[in-house]
Design a protein around this ligand. Sequence first.
Ligand SMILES: [Zn+2]
Ligand SMILES: [Zn+2]
Length: 563
Amino acid sequence: MLKTCANPHCHQSFEITPDEETFLKKMTFTFGKESINPPLPVFCPECRLRIRTCHRNERAFYKRKVANGKEMVSIYHEEPLWGESDIVFTPEDWNDHKRDGMGQGRAYDFSRPFFDQFANLHKASPRMGMMLLANDNCDFTAGTAYSKNCYLINSSEYDEDCLYGKLYQSCRSSVDCSLLYGSELCYDCFSVYDSYNCTSVSFSKNCRDCLFSTDLIGCSDCCLCSNLHKKQYHFGNKPLPKEEYLQKIEEFRGSHTKMEEMKQKLAELRKSMIHRAVHIVNSEDCTGDFIENSQRCTECYDVNESQDSRYVTVGVNVKDVYDCSNMYLKPELAFETLGTIETYNVAYCLYVFHSQNLLYCEYCFSCSDCFGCSGLRQKKYCILNKQHTKKEYEELMPKIIEHMQSAKEFGRFFPSTLSPFGYNETLAQEYLPLTETEAKERGFYWRTVTDKKPNVTKTIDASDLPDAIEQIPDDVLNWAVVCEATKRPFRIVKQELEFYRRQRLPIPHLHPDERYDRRLALRNPRKLWHRSCAICQKEISTTCAPERTEKVVCEECYLKEVY
Ligand SMILES: [Zn+2]
Ligand SMILES: [Zn+2]
């Protein structure tokens, strides 16, 4: 079925496939004798992704006062963009078991639209200042758990001594990486698995002591290499005697200028190497990119061990999940939802954990059969945070849904005006970037932040820093370095300086945010295009846009070339 996106700024035509219709029939909310299914979406998949992910801030952190009078680092700026004040709790206060979150309960008012009523509840409800779980010394991190001594990382678990970046999983002593899994002593790496002591390596697995390389599998001691499998002592994809190789590495190690030259060469290499159309490994009937061990996942990105899903970005172990992002620990039957752990049958929700049968809820933990609630714990049959009996709930819910249907609200995700974040603070900006004007035209907030003047003894332009790490004095910890690209000042922290010295790496010349963005730019957009394989000319679907000049090849040709 072909539809036109209801967003007036988009109006793209989009398809609703038979599997989507089947899925929505499978997803049922039962209220006594009545049951309802979510309706077909009215927005295109891209608008759905945008409106969902504008509710997730992973990396804009602010020091602020919270409800108990203490100061903490939070993802919520002290001045909410919707103009009224907010209530932010420390994770300890939020997790206090005496708190059930029922303070703001109110009766459903059939004379007002639901989203208006929910907005009042949402703004009056407390929020957890930072999503943190069982960490030790990780105050400047967001969405992290079971980690120790980490700094400015997000969406990460089981890490130790990791600094700057996103999606570190079970990593040790690594700096400036994103999408790093089971690795140690890595620096400036992107999408790297089970590797050790690698610098500026991307899209690689099982590597040791590799530098300035991309697409390596099971390699060690390789530099400026690409598309290699099980090689050692290679420089520029050519074998070298060990001594000669090591000497070549010594020539640039620790010097900012020389290592920048190597990065330039790596950028050149990316233009000439072959690129896999998409990264789909050990999976059947899947489309999208970065999918592993999955079956029947369509247009999914960053998904593994998953089944029968569509339009998912970041999902682990998901089943029957459509139009969702950041879904973890076996969510089953979820629709238009962001940020879950272990849920069953939830739709139009934000951050609901260990819960089932929820509609339009946010920050609800261990709840079931609730509607339009915010911040509840261990509750059942609640509407707008008000406790009802089972009978009342079953009688009210069909009426509420009918009321929402008449206002054209049912089936739409929370409006973007309910997001406490500026568009530019959120994951939406990472996936689907907009300028300030574009974002505001589309009804999103925008956060303009000016860096506070750092409290330092000296401010130095990055280009005036000594070139070699050996020449950097301890005093650099008291300086602010001015980023070469953005002119934003940034600091070097002690743990970081020790890492650079130990690893013989130069001090970065770019602000951490700029480094973060440049790493993410290595990734193709989450969108599929058709083009033909650069070797066999077969038609392929790929995340590499047709106008780009990289050599993109089909999986068969890729395997033939590399293995
Ligand atoms: Zn659209
Ligand atoms: Zn081919």
